[in-house]
Design a protein around this ligand. Structure first.
Ligand code: ACO
Length: 429
C-alpha cells in the first residue's frame, strides 16, 4: 500500500493517492479532487507546485543540481556525444547504434533544403524583423507545405518524416532569417557538412567566399546545443505539449514553443544578458550599482541570467558552460571585456545576502551568450540558437503526450470578476 495524502474539508476526509517516480519524486494525485469534493480545485499560479504529466524523458533535481536525459548525466553527454546522437536519444529513448545513428544523420542531411517557395516569405519581412518572429512563422508555415502532417492517423514512419524534416530544416530557416535581416543572399545547405558545420556554413559563408570551419567553434556549438536539448516541463515545452494536446500538428506546436521561448524570462534571457552587460559596460562598468538596482524592489531591473524556477542550488549546465566559455575564449584568442563584467557580477551576486537568501545562481544563459558572441553569432540570433538546441526536447515531449493519449490541456480558474448584472443600453449608461 503506497502513501496516501488526506485532505480535510468542511469536516470531511478525502484520501488522495501519492504517485512516486523512478527517482522517488513524490506527488499527490488530485485528478479526482473536483468530482469528489463537489467543485473544489487547486490554485497554483505559474504551476510552481503542479506536475502536469508523468514523463520518462528528463530527470531534473533542482536542489542537487542534477540533470539527466533518459538517465544519462548531462556532463557525460556534453563531453562525448554529438547533438544528433543526443537528439536521437531524447526522441527515441535510447542511444542509437552505429547503424541507427548513420541512418538518422542521413535522413536529416537529406531534408535540409526548404521548398523554394518559402524563400519568397522571407522577402516580405522587414530587415529589422526579429529572427524569432520570423522563425516561429516559418516553422508553422512548413505545415502548409506538408499537409499530410495534419492527418492524425499517420503511420509511425510518416511521423518520423515530420520529425526529421523539422530537425533538418530548422537550422536552414534560422540561418536564412539572419541572412534576410542583412539582405544577404541565402546560402544553401551543403550535404558534405555535419549538422553544426552546416549551420555555420549557412550563417557565415557567402557566394563570394567560403567560411573556414573552425573545429573549436563546431565543438562549442555542439556542446551548447546538447546543453539546451531538453529540460522537462519548462515554459516552452509545456506550451508545445498544451498546443499539441488539442491535436494541432507538430509544426504548429513547435512554432508555439518558439514563441514561448522568445520571452526574456525564458530563452530570450541569453540575448537579455548580453544587452545587460553592454548596458553596464557603457555605464562605466560599476557592477555594485547594478546589483543594488536588482535588489531594489522599486526598480524593475533584474539580473538577467540569474535565478531559475527549478534550480535552487546551481544550474549544472551553467557549470559546464562556464568551463567551455573559458576554453573557447582562450582558444579563439578572444578578449571580451563583457566577460570581465560578467565575472564581477557573478562574484558580487554569489556573495551577496540577497542572492544567497533567494538561491539565485547564474543559469545556463548567463554564459551561453558570451560563447555565442565569441563564435560570431549576432545577439538577436541567440534565442534562435536556443530553439535549435531545444527542438529534440519539444519533439520528444510532444510525442510522449500523444503516445500517452493525454487529454486536452485546459486548466481551471477561480473567477474574481463581477457577479451577474443586466445589460444597459448605451444611451442609459
Ligand atoms: N534578479 C533579482 N532578483 C531576482 C531575480 C533576478 N534575476 N530572480 C528572482 N529574483 C528575486 C525575486 O524578486 C523574488 O524576490 P522576493 O522573494 O523578495 O519577492 C525571488 O528572487 C524569487 O523570484 P521569483 O520571480 O518568484 O522566481 P521564479 O521562479 O518565479 O522566476 C525566473 C524564475 C523567471 C528565472 C527569475 O529568476 C528571473 O526573472 N530571472 C532572470 C531572467 C532569466 O535569467 N531567465 C532565464 C531562466 S533559464 C531559462 O529559461 C532557460
Amino acid at each position: 500500500m503506497g502513501e496516501i495524502a488526506k485532505l480535510e474539508l468542511n469536516g470531511k476526509l478525502y484520501e488522495l493517492p501519492v504517485i512516486e517516480g523512478t527517482e522517488n519524486e513524490k506527488g499527490i494525485d488530485i485528478s479526482s479532487l473536483r468530482a469528489a469534493t463537489g467543485g473544489y480545485i487547486t490554485l497554483d499560479p505559474g504551476f510552481k507546485n503542479t506536475g502536469s504529466t508523468k514523463s520518462a524523458i528528463t530527470y531534473l533535481d533542482g536542489e542537487n543540481g542534477i540533470l539527466r536525459y533518459r538517465g544519462y548525466p548531462i556532463d557525460q553527454l556534453a563531453d562525448n556525444a554529438s547533438f544528433l546522437e543526443v537528439s536521437f536519444l531524447i526522441i527515441y529513448g535510447n542511444l542509437p547504434t552505429k547503424v541507427e545513428l548513420d541512418q538518422f544523420k542521413e535522413s536529416i542531411t537529406n531534408h535540409t533544403l526548404v521548398h523554394e517557395d518559402m524563400k519568397q516569405f522571407f522577402e516580405a519581412y522587414p530587415a529589422k524583423a526579429h529572427p524569432m518572429g520570423v522563425l516561429a512563422s516559418m516553422i508553422c508555415s512548413l505545415s502548409t507545405f506538408y499537409p499530410e502532417s495534419l492527418n492524425e492517423d499517420r503511420a509511425p514512419e510518416a511521423k518520423d518524416l515530420t520529425i526529421h524534416r523539422l530537425i533538418a530544416k530548422l537550422p536552414t530557416l534560422a540561418a536564412w532569417s539572419y541572412k534576410n535581416a542583412r539582405r544577404h543572399p541565402f546560402m544553401y545547405p551543403n550535404n558534405n557538412f555535419d549538422y553544426c558545420e552546416n549551420f555555420l556554413h549557412m550563417m557565415f559563408a557567402m557566394p563570394t567566399s567560403n567560411y573556414e570551419i573552425d573545429s573549436v567553434v563546431v565543438s562549442a556549438l555542439n556542446k551548447l546545443l546538447i546543453l539546451h536539448a531538453e529540460h522537462e516541463q519548462n515554459c516552452s515545452t509545456s506550451t508545445v505539449r498544451i498546443v499539441g494536446s488539442s491535436h494541432a500538428n507538430l509544426y504548429a506546436s513547435v512554432s508555439a514553443g518558439i514563441s514561448a521561448l522568445w520571452g526574456p524570462l525564458h530563452g530570450g534571457a541569453n540575448q537579455a544578458v548580453i544587452e545587460m552587460l553592454e548596458k553596464i559596460s557603457n555605464d562605466g562598468g560599476n557592477v555594485d550599482k547594478w546589483v543594488a538596482k536588482a535588489k531594489d524592489k522599486n526598480d524593475s531591473f533584474r539580473l538577467m541570467g540569474f535565478g531559475h524556477r527549478v534550480y535552487k542550488n546551481f544550474d549544472p549546465r551553467a557549470t559546464i558552460i562556464k568551463k567551455a566559455c573559458d576554453e573557447v575564449l582562450v582558444k579563439l584568442g578572444v578578449n571580451d571585456p563583457l566577460l570581465e563584467i560578467a565575472k564581477k557580477l557573478e562574484k558580487v551576486a554569489l556573495e551577496d545576502e540577497y542572492f544567497k537568501a533567494r538561491n539565485l545562481y547564474p543559469n545556463v544563459d548567463f554564459y551561453s551568450g558570451i560563447i555565442y558572441k565569441a563564435i560570431g553569432i549576432p545577439t538577436e540570433m541567440f534565442t534562435v540558437m536556443f530553439a535549435i538546441g531545444r527542438l529534440p526536447g519539444w519533439i520528444a515531449q510532444w510525442g510522449e503526450m500523444i503516445e500517452n493519449k493525454e487529454p486536452i490541456g485546459r486548466p481551471r480558474q477561480i473567477y474574481t470578476g463581477e457577479n451577474h448584472r443586466d445589460y444597459v443600453p448605451v444611451e442609459k449608461r
